[in-house]
Design a protein around this ligand. Structure first.
Ligand SMILES: [Zn+2]
Length: 190
C-alpha cells in the first residue's frame, strides 16, 4: 500500500482510482513501485525521497492530509530506506533529469543481435536505456507493469526502464543500438 493511502484515507484512494484511469491501467497496484535509497532536503527544507530508479518524491510532513512525523527524525527516515513508493515519473517513462548517457552497444542487425535481447531481460537498478533505430523497424515489447508493444523506427526511440523486463524483435533490415544512462556524477568527468 502506498504511503498516501495509509495516512490520508478515502480522498487519496479516489485520487488513485482517477489516476489509474488516466494511465489506462486496470489497477493502481500495477503502477511501478521503486525502493527508497536515501533522503535529501529541498531548498525549502522539505524532505524528498531518492528512489532507486533515479527519480525523487516529496515525503514532506504536511498534516492533516500528509502526516509523516517519521520523516523529521534520522531514525524515522532510516526505517523507510528500502521500502517502496509508486513512481509516476517511471509510469510516464521519463528518464531522470540528473541522468546522462555513459555507454552504448555496437550497432546490431537481425543477424548480429545478441540472443538475450530477443528474450525477456532487464537492465539493473538505476540503469535506463534508449533504443535507437538506425534503419528498419524493431518490435519492442515491455512486460509487467506496462504489458505494451511498440514498433520503433528511426523517428521513434524506445525507453528502457530499470529492472522492467522487455524483449525486442528486429525487422530483417533493421539496424539499432542501445544507449545506457545512469546518474551523472561530477566525479566521472574528472
Ligand atoms: Zn521512477
Amino acid at each position: 500500500m502506498p504511503d498516501e493511502v495509509y495516512t490520508s484515507g478515502m480522498s487519496i484512494v479516489r485520487l488513485q482510482i482517477a489516476l489509474q484511469f488516466d494511465y489506462g491501467l486496470e489497477s493502481w497496484e500495477q503502477l511501478l513501485r521503486r525502493k527508497i535509497i536515501d533522503f535529501h532536503q529541498d531548498q525549502e527544507s522539505h524532505w524528498v525521497a531518492d528512489l532507486d530508479c533515479g527519480h525523487t518524491q516529496h515525503t514532506r510532513h504536511d498534516p492533516p492530509l500528509f502526516p509523516r512525523p517519521w520523516v523529521i527524525t534520522t531514525a524515522g527516515r532510516d526505517s523507510r530506506i528500502g521500502t517502496e513508493l509508486e513512481c509516476g515519473w517511471c509510469d510516464r517513462k521519463t528518464i531522470p533529469d540528473s541522468y546522462a548517457p555513459y555507454k552504448q552497444t555496437s550497432v546490431f542487425n537481425a543477424k548480429t543481435i545478441p540472443p538475450g535481447l530477443r528474450q525477456q531481460h532487464s537492465t539493473k537498478a538505476g540503469v535506463w536505456g534508449i533504443i535507437h533505430i538506425v534503419r528498419g523497424t524493431l518490435l519492442y515489447r515491455i512486460h509487467h507493469p506496462f504489458h505494451s508493444e511498440e514498433t520503433l523506427d528511426p523517428h521513434t526511440q524506445g525507453i528502457v526502464l530499470p529492472e522492467v523486463t522487455h524483449e525486442v524483435q528486429p525487422s530483417e533490415d533493421a539496424e539499432f543500438y542501445v544507449e545506457f544512462w545512469r546518474r551523472d556524477e561530477p566525479s566521472r568527468h574528472n
